[in-house]
Write a protein that binds this ligand. Structure first.
Ligand code: SF4
Ligand code: SF4
Length: 446
């Protein structure tokens, strides 16, 4: 870390430290007028009805800690970690308070820029190495190929081992039931445009997308090429850093983000495209995170200014004509990923692409912009709350009657697919790119 990068502060320093971190959350709590508009948007408040589980209550607590009125940092951290960082409160707050981002700032400040525990550090470590996700992909495919996953699920063997077994069964249920080989090593460094070339873009390989949803990422690259874009895919891309910063690990975030900034800076591309909402929100934030870093500020500015989510990019440039069909062949509903709609303000673009798709009969999902409970690793750290949130979400998906549920984030894909099994909802969960590719290839992705 360079001298001018914002240094993580110690717990002692946290007292009297205003929230003036990388996002300019200066006196963030002071502008809260305690109106309570945010309460109805907050999933944890909706479920518990407790002020400490609301954006307003959390903001007051962060301020109390920052002003030295409380030194019970465990309570402050617990409140910060109970927050999903879904940022629904930020979308509705009339005063511009950012309780979701303040939760992350609080975690960073109180933990001195380090992960909260060795267990979380162990979970975060593989995110630093691109090959680690290929290994995970291979392991999961072997587990599935040997028929172990089917046996574990049908025999319910894990549930027979008490509380620990039940927890393991819940974790196991998060693994998708069908995983294709990772695309990191398969995809050529450059994929040519189809037809007349409209531009040259880079594709940002995501960790979870590569490990679990490589078919979706393959579809993203194919759709880009079918729309006339040559696609460059650097294989050495590492995690965007979102999992690290969400856990307060500013040090780990800097490591991976700087590697990406070095890697992409030399590429002659007009855009850097991701099909992961969490990555997109983080890549656009590099400019703020490194604004005071003399070595990386300019690189981060160039990088963030070129970063787009796939739907945002395609909507901006317009789709090439889609082959027409006699009638739609599937009903599709759409779940907003929090880091796409609340984090990047991108909600109309994916819907527009689905509505333009001749295969699709579009159905709006009730409360589509409410979090699904995935929220990074929240479903692992807070399973009870996460599954309560997911249960309501899956009930509304069922009520939509749609055959396909579309979403643009790997955490949501994992969580929602797990929800179909846990709550027995007959719906296929797919990335928007897969539905778009199906229209170009005139097939049915279900
Ligand atoms: S965070 Fe915003 S919406 Fe919530 S109480 Fe404060 S000012 Fe009102
Ligand atoms: S980010 Fe989400 S969970 Fe956290 S306070 Fe805001 S609405 Fe509630």
């Amino acid at each position: 870390m360079t001298a001018t990068t914002r240094e993580p502060i110690s717990i002692e320093q946290f007292v009297h430290q205003p929230f003036d971190g990388a996002d300019g959350l200066i006196a963030g709590s002071d502008i809260c007028v305690q109106c309570g508009v945010c309460l109805s948007a907050c999933p944890t408040y909706q479920l518990t009805g407790e002020e400490i589980q609301s954006p307003r209550g959390r903001v007051m607590l962060y301020r109390a800690a920052a002003e030295g009125l409380t030194k019970d940092f465990e309570v402050v951290l617990e409140a910060a970690y109970d927050c999903l960082d879904c940022r629904a409160c930020q979308t509705v707050c009339p005063s511009g308070v950012k309780p979701g981002e303040m939760a992350v700032e609080t975690r960073v400040a109180l933990q001195g820029g380090k992960p909260p525990s060795w267990q979380i550090a162990a979970i975060l470590e593989p995110f630093k190495y691109p090959w680690a996700w290929d290994v995970m992909n291979f392991g999961v495919r072997t587990y599935q190929g040997l028929g172990l996953q089917k046996w574990v699920r049908s025999s319910k063997i894990l549930e027979k081992f008490g509380t620990v077994g039940k927890k393991l069964a819940e974790l196991e249920n998060i693994i998708p039931s069908k995983v294709a080989p990772s695309i990191r090593t398969k995809l050529s460094p450059t994929t040519p445009a189809v037809g007349e070339q409209r531009g040259r873009v880079a594709f940002f390989l995501g960790c979870l997308m590569n490990a679990f949803f490589s078919e979706a990422s393959s579809a993203t690259v194919k759709v880009l090429t079918l729309n006339g874009f040559e696609v460059v895919t650097p294989r050495e891309t590492t995690c965007c850093g979102a999992p690290h910063i969400e856990e307060g690990d500013r040090v780990g975030f800097d490591q991976v983000a700087k590697r990406n900034l070095d890697l992409f800076d030399g590429l002659e591309v007009e855009a850097i495209i991701t099909d992961c909402a969490g990555c997109g929100a983080e890549l656009k934030k590099y400019v703020k995170m490194f604004k005071d870093d003399p070595e990386y500020a300019a690189k981060a500015e160039r990088f963030s200014s070129k970063s787009y989510g796939i739907s945002e990019f395609l909507r901006k440039h317009g789709l090439r004509e889609l082959p027409q069909t006699d009638a739609p062949s599937m009903s599709v509903t759409y779940q907003d990923a929090c880091h796409l709609c609340h984090g990047q303000g991108c909600s109309t673009q994916p819907r527009d692409l689905l509505k333009q798709n001749p295969l699709v009969e579009y159905r709006e999902l009730e409360k589509a912009s409410d979090c699904c409970g995935s929220a990074g690793i929240y479903n692992i750290t807070h399973p009870d709350m996460s599954y309560k949130i997911l249960e309501g979400k899956m009930e509304r998906v069922r009520e939509s009657g749609a055959q396909v549920l579309s979403v643009e984030n790997p955490g949501c894909l994992l969580q929602l697919e797990a929800g179909t099994r846990k709550y027995n909802v007959d719906v296929e969960v797919l990335h928007t790119s897969q539905i778009l590719l199906a229209a170009y290839e005139k097939n049915n992705p279900r």
